[in-house]
Design a protein around this ligand. Structure first.
Ligand code: UD1
Ligand code: CA
Length: 483
């Protein structure tokens, strides 16, 4: 479809959104890792408009600051008092001047609206040579929406708000989405002539349609294929609904591109997540931010990854990772926590009940069980025994530990940073290592064992332990005396 570039897209987002019952302005609530208003701006941006304009009012500092950061290409226009949708558009045109060309008007709270649907609206608008084309939808329950009034020939006559509608008009199921393509010059003139003589005492943008029609211009409509797309978010029930729909849409895209999603109902992905082919995403998995899952990797169940890269063929089970990089064919979990700055090399392992932070693990190195590695550099082919703790914090400073290639750190070793375990060096199990171990040496740092004979018989007489010991010692004596 060849669609003329709109001269401007105006996104109305000045309303309060009272029904959200929130400190956060409605359009800043997130679904799939993106604020509602940014979903609309992303869809609008893909039309290549010359200008992107957002009308802000309520909580304008918060919304304005957010937009400056997330959408610096959008111009925010402040509507200090919300005197209706017509007033919002009038405020924009008073500030930026008349806009020649096609002006698309839409809302900041319709995150499901796709660029394709807006393009269809623009194509219809241009194709029919309309002064205004409204996007409409047939909905099962049109309560609360403006209704599309058509004449006997089916041409759009006007839009009547629920509060101004007659009982007969209220039975009409074709609703006004509130999204329109306008001829900019005609809009600029008509919006000045909108009155506020209606049930809500507001300047209705919808009145522009009847004004233009009365002036003898063409007024058209484009009916959206799927009404769900034009449904706005007014409360948190609708927020959950649009999140589910959007998530489903994203997952369908990933599945069609070659990812297996075992349970779409419990898998949640953000818009910018990338998932390769022949990947398997198991149930109860959440992929956030700029997470990337490379080809052939398997993730989940019960895994939450944020801004994390998973290499090709890696396996990540029951894990939480934030800003981590998991190398190709590496293995993570079950029950692992990888914090920012964790980089796992090819075929390496961060196993069960393992936490890592700001730690690099070399190729083929393994940290399989019950360990904490913080601020560490671990070389290639290293084995870290069970329950090894990298003691990186002395209460004031954080220090680094280096474990060089081929080293073997015995179970329950404390590596007190800063410290270096040399190439191929060992540490004895249970050691508290606070000085460097040279290449090929074994570091032993623990008390020598001594046994106090028959201590249990004397000090724990009458216990099960004493009875077991007595029996064993008697048997031993019998054997020794050759009976
Ligand atoms: C509006 C339409 C209605 C349509 C419905 C679709 C009018 C008169 N009515 O009704 O036909 O079915 O949307 O959802 O246009 N806004 C501003 N400034 C204002 C007023 C509103 O920016 O002064 C913004 C709001 O933030 C919101 C949008 O415009 O995003 C719609 O405003 P709202 O008051 O919710 O309009 P509705 O009564 O729902
Ligand atoms: Ca509304």
């Amino acid at each position: 479809m060849s669609v003329p570039r709109p001269a401007a897209v105006i996104v109305l987002a000045a309303g309060e959104g009272t029904r959200m019952k929130s400190q956060t302005p409605k359009v800043l609530h997130e679904v799939c890792g993106r604020a509602l208003v940014d979903h609309m701006l992303a869809a609008a941006r893909d039309l290549g408009p010359e200008r992107l304009i957002v009308v802000i009012g309520h909580a304008r500092e918060k919304v304005g600051a957010h937009l400056a950061e997330s959408s610096p290409d959008a111009k925010a226009v402040v509507q200090s008092e919300q005197r209706g949708t017509g007033h919002a558009v009038r405020t924009v045109l008073e500030e930026v001047g008349t806009i020649a060309g096609t002006v698309l008007v839409t809302y900041g709270d319709v995150p499901l609206l796709r660029t394709e649907t807006l393009a269809e609206l623009l194509a219809r608008h241009a194709g029919d040579g309309n002064a205004v084309t409204v996007l409409t939808a047939e909905v099962p329950d049109p309560t609360g929406y403006g209704r599309i009034i058509r004449d006997a020939a089916g041409a759009v006559q006007e839009i009547v708000e629920e509060k101004d509608a007659t009982p007969a008009q209220r039975t009409i199921k074709e609703m006004n989405s509130g999204i329109y393509a306008f001829d900019g010059l005609l809009l600029a003139d008509a919006v000045k002539r909108v009155s506020s003589d209606n049930a809500q005492g507001e300047e209705y943008l919808t009145d522009v349609l009847s004004i233009l029609r009365e002036d003898g211009h063409r007024v058209g409509a484009h009916v959206a294929d799927d009404y769900v797309e034009v449904e706005g978010v007014n409360d948190r029930v609708q927020l959950a609904f649009v999140r589910k729909v959007l998530n489903q849409r994203l997952l369908e895209g990933h599945m069609r591109a070659g990812a297996t999603v075992i349970d779409p109902a419990t898998t949640w992905v953000d818009v910018d997540v990338v998932i390769g082919r022949d990947t398997v995403i198991h149930p109860a998995t959440q992929l956030h931010g700029n997470t990337v899952i490379s080809d052939g990797a398997e993730v989940g169940p019960g895994t939450t990854l944020t801004d994390t890269k998973v290499g090709a063929g890696a396996i990540v089970r029951n894990a939480v990772a934030d800003q981590a990089e998991i190398g190709p064919e590496a293995s993570v979990g079950p029950y692992a926590y990888l914090r920012p700055g964790t980089v796992l090399g090819r075929k390496s392992k961060a196993g069960t009940f393992v936490e890592m932070k700001n730690t690099q693990v070399g190729e083929g190195s393994k940290v399989p069980h019950l360990s904490y590695a913080g601020d560490a550099t671990i070389g290639d082919g290293v084995n870290i025994g069970a329950a090894v703790i990298f003691v990186n914090y002395d209460g004031v400073n954080k220090s680094r530990t280096t474990v060089r290639d081929g080293a073997f750190v015995g179970c329950d070793t404390m590596l007190v940073a800063p410290v270096t375990i040399g190439d191929g060096a060992y540490t004895a199990a249970g050691s508290v290592i606070d000085s460097d171990v040279p290449p090929g040496a074994i570091g032993v740092a623990r008390a020598r064992q001594r046994n106090v004979e028959k201590w249990v018989l004397r000090r724990r007489a009458g216990t099960k332990s004493a009875a077991a010991a007595e029996k064993a010692l008697a048997d031993q004596e019998k054997q020794e005396s050759g009976q």
